[in-house]
Write a protein that binds this ligand. Structure first.
Ligand SMILES: *Cc1c(COP(=O)(O)O)cnc(C)c1O
Length: 372
């Protein structure tokens, strides 16, 4: 698998241009940098000077510290109380979604004399439903009760680092629901007294950052667009980042009637050239692409025939394809291309799942100079 790190940086600059240069950028690098390798992704992003980085778990945040990230590291999934001490020790910024979480963090703040207050973010649930405090009555001008506890946490050695929400449909053609979510967020922020002037306010994922603005936000949290997947038909596509390739480990001609793969679900219709590629579902190539998906071999699109095995799959190719050739399952080869979104759609899923499903067995590498 090749990762075009220069393209990640170009995509970040596109987000920055679309969102407005003044907004802080918090690249999401969860799930090992969307499967591309977090070390490589952070090294690619660093020269663009992001405000900080976003991850899902405390473990991922501590990993960023281990590889030398000094910028703010924000943990976006709810953190169990038992994991909060580790998060605080690592200087991570947890997201708080309920009063129990706030109380657990407050106890840590009061426990010991700390050189600096413990930073935390508050998530507002404007419709995603998986986490966050409710925003209270919309437009009432009255902040909800829990907001007082958040403000009082300052006295217990905590520091309100940011307030955020998450959009559920910003990549849809019809942006109305995302607009309504942002509207709820903006109204909450405007109605809630006591938000520190330096607090981070943010709602937008990649699609939101490229398409929609907020009155109050001063940061965005892009992920997938950085890694090369488009986020809406009306949005300029990003530069492709990942290419998935494998070697043909066996190419041969088979006579009509030869059966192929588990279940013998494919049978040669005439004399055919079959190329066995060293990649299978054990590498993250979705098994549903058997008898359904494509590869690029010998400069053209060729079908994946038969079921995909754990370690191999078979392509029906032209007679010029030979053992040792490189074939492409995602990405470009010459004039032929298999965009990640097309592969995902054929597999009945989304680019996020394709990328994060690529397994450790596939080595991640830089492409040749000319292709970066
Ligand atoms: C994953 C994630 C993002 C990034 O979303 P993309 O669609 O990949 O841009 C932003 N915010 C939160 C809270 C996330 O979990």
């Amino acid at each position: 698998m090749e990762v075009r790190t220069a393209a990640i940086r170009r995509n970040l600059e596109r987000i920055r241009a679309a969102a407005g240069g003044a907004l802080g950028i918090i690249p999401m690098v969860k799930a090992d940098g969307y499967g591309l390798g977090v070390r490589r992704v952070v090294a690619a992003l660093r020269p663009a000077r992001p405000f900080g980085y976003g991850v899902a778990t405390v473990g991922e945040g501590l990993e960023l510290r281990r590889i030398g990230v000094r910028e703010p590291v924000m943990v976006y999934s709810p953190v169990l109380p038992a994991e909060l001490p580790g998060a605080v020790r690592g200087g991570l910024v947890p997201a708080i979604s309920d009063l129990a979480g706030l109380a657990a963090l407050t106890r840590l703040g009061e426990e010991s004399a700390r050189p600096a207050p413990i930073p935390f973010q508050v998530e507002i649930d404007t419709g995603m439903g998986r986490a966050g405090f409710g925003p209270g009555r919309a437009g009432g001008g009255q902040p909800p009760d829990w907001w007082n506890s958040v403000l009082h946490a300052r006295a217990s050695g905590l520091r309100l680092f940011g307030v955020f929400t998450h959009l559920h449909s910003a990549d849809r053609d019809d942006p109305d629901s995302a607009r309504r979510q942002i509207e709820r967020f903006d109204r909450f922020v405007e109605g809630a007294g006591g938000v520190p002037a330096d607090a981070l306010l943010h709602c937008a994922n990649s699609a939101g950052a490229m398409r929609l603005g907020s009155r109050t936000a001063n940061a965005v949290r892009p992920g997938i667009y950085l890694y090369g997947a488009p986020v809406g038909r009306d949005v300029a596509p990003p530069d492709p980042v990942a290419s998935v390739r494998a070697r043909v480990v066996l190419a041969r001609d088979v006579p009509a009637g030869t059966t192929l793969g588990y279940g013998a679900t494919y049978r040669a219709g005439g004399d055919e050239r079959w190329a066995t590629a060293a990649i299978g579902y054990g590498d993250g190539l979705p098994r549903v692409l058997g008898n359904r998906g494509w590869a690029i071999a010998g400069g053209e699109r060729v079908p994946i025939v038969g079921r995909i095995s754990m370690d191999t799959c078979v392509l029906r190719t032209g007679s010029h394809v030979r053992t040792g050739d490189v074939v492409t399952f995602v990405g470009r080869d010459g004039d032929a291309e298999l965009p990640i979104e097309e592969v995902a759609e054929l597999a009945g899923t989304i680019p996020y799942e394709i990328l994060t499903g690529l397994s450790r067995r596939l080595p991640r590498m830089e492409p040749d100079e000319a292709e970066r």
